[in-house]
Write a protein that binds this ligand. Structure first.
Ligand SMILES: Nc1ncnc2c1ncn2[C@@H]1O[C@H](COP(=O)(O)OP(=O)(O)O)[C@@H](O)[C@H]1O
Ligand SMILES: [Mg+2]
Length: 280
């Protein structure tokens, strides 16, 4: 669906003023190809969330540019940028992003309702996504009646209902146990790919990163290393993350796609995708 990359050039972001300035991004270049999934890893405070927010047009950089479909997000007027964010981007955060008083189907339908889609169509689309993500029968449950993993699937449905070109996710499995996190990441990457959207996901979990086609490591506001999914040898200079992952990993960190033996098969079947338009 997308035909252009998301491209960041020379991103610098400084918070605060001269006295207590923090340089969160120190000159980041990043190109995310259509349909590509990129994991952003790095220690706390290295600038991951800042980078995600700048890429998504949520936060303005101090300097540098973000190009998306021929437009520089950093120079667009606020209103146009908000509009573009709503129509072209989807977001998944760590937790607590669903409206507690709304059932799952209405939560997931929100972007469509905000965009003026007639309610029956919006709810219908939302329900198809929920079913697609393994939540059939839970459409009327409120977030408090869902497990953490189920709530994240609702959030994924919400990120995808509007057919975004890019989905941004900040620590989407951070509040989940390992197995549930694994399932949620599979749901997120599979659904995003099937939709033809790109994915940019911040994570501290090496296993989560394995669901992505590329991993970039940040330190002190810079991308310091990069690895593609094929040979995932930990890059030189990023010893800490690589070392712990190999020590703790049961499957070994090198598999480009996660081994199905590493966890239970997931209920995310893809026979009738909601975007296919095939009514059943
Ligand atoms: N709103 C803010 N105001 C001031 N400093 C901030 C703000 N947000 C983040 N920072 C600082 O910027 C740096 C990068 O933060 P962040 O992007 O949140 O890193 P990460 O997501 O990798 O933990 C940190 O030093 C952090 O303290
Ligand atoms: Mg962060």
């Amino acid at each position: 669906m997308t035909s252009a990359p998301l491209e960041a050039r020379g991103l610098v972001k400084t918070y605060g003023d001269q006295g207590v300035a923090t340089r969160a991004l120190a000159g980041v270049d990043l190109v995310v190809a259509p349909g590509e999934s990129v994991a952003i890893m790095g220690p706390s405070g290295s600038g991951k969330t800042t980078l995600l927010h700048v890429l998504a047009g949520v936060l303005a950089p101090t300097s540098g540019s973000v190009l998306w479909r021929g437009q520089d997000l950093t120079t667009l007027p606020d209103r146009a940028r908000t509009q573009l964010r709503r129509s072209d981007f989807g977001f998944v955060f760590q937790a607590g992003q669903l409206l507690p008083e709304l059932p799952a189907d209405e939560n997931a339908a929100l972007p469509l309702l905000l965009a003026g889609t007639p309610r029956p169509t919006a709810i219908d689309t939302s329900r198809r996504w929920l079913a697609h993500l393994g939540l059939a029968g839970m459409e009327r449950r409120r977030p408090g009646e869902l497990s953490g993993g189920q709530a994240q699937r609702v959030a994924i449905a919400r990120a995808l209902v509007g057919r975004p070109g890019v989905v941004f996710a900040d620590e989407p499995t951070g509040a989940l146990d390992r197995h549930t996190g694994w399932e949620v990441m599979q749901a997120l990457t599979t659904a995003t790919r099937a939709q033809g959207a790109s994915l940019v996901v911040v994570t501290h979990d090496e296993e989560v990163a394995h669901w992505c086609s590329r991993t970039v490591h940040m330190r002190d506001g810079l991308i310091v290393a990069e690895a593609h999914a094929q040979p995932v040898a930990p890059a030189a200079g990023v010893t800490a993350a690589g070392a712990t992952a190999s020590a703790a990993g049961t499957t070994g960190p090198a598999s480009p796609t996660p081994s199905p033996t590493a966890s239970q098969p997931l209920p995310v079947a893809l026979p009738t995708a909601p975007w296919s338009g095939a009514a059943r």
